[in-house]
Design a protein around this ligand. Sequence first.
Ligand code: DGL
Length: 280
Amino acid sequence: MSQSDSRPIGLFDSGVGGLSVLNATRLALPGENLIYLGDTARVPYGTKSSLSITRYAEQALKALLRYDIKTLVVACNTAAAAALDALQASYPELHIIGVIDPGARAAVNVTRTGKIGVIATESTVNNQAYQKAILSLMPDANVKSAGCSLFVALAEEGWHEGELVEAIVKRSLSGLFDHYRDSDDYPDTLVLGCTHFPALKTAISRVVGDSVSLVDSAVTTAAVVKKQLTDRGMLNPGSDGYVRFLVTDGPERFARVAPRFYSETIEAEQVELIDIQHFV
Ligand code: DGL
């Protein structure tokens, strides 16, 4: 095994939300070269079938292979939930990391009572991806999930706080929290199982209360990427990595919405438009 690898890491998401994972990866690994692909032509994935999402994820992977990536980070909870196993089975030689396992692991480390709530898109909830991952680590955990696809639009529009946002959050989370208030089943941990949800962290925390720990899978995924590249001797020897942005539609909108999820400035001219739908 070589002791360093200057090839880029590919990160893939359905759109802009995965920039939260890119942000965390950039902070954890400033020396790595990163290529981010947002499938903005087909976002949102969260309301689509697993069959379609798997096809889209395979096309994204094939597009990123053209950039000679050393690792693929599936930076989209919905895509990881629906397609990670299929991608790993089809490309056993490629190092692929999803956001679900790191998030599940963090939740298990944080919970004291084993009562864990998960909020995610409709598709991720239907796939029970977090449920399975958490139960495989903590078989007696009590995991309840709720679909909150509406939060995706709120996060992209910049509606992150305030009365109206809290009212929507309260209603969306009532099945997980209100129903269990004053009962032993009230969760002590909530997994934000969607790239967009950390943007609503303040509003969510106000609704569920300070006693509930919020788990953000972006940060935990970046830590796993760092550990695995280190263990495999695959870190880039350089200290100042580049970031390249690819989208399948609307570079201008991507650059405009990006600051909600990413702390560095992205100009529309930096964002390359590519077609991935021809990959079969
Ligand atoms: N990136 C998706 C996720 O993390 C949310 C947006 C979508 O529905 O495509 O689940």
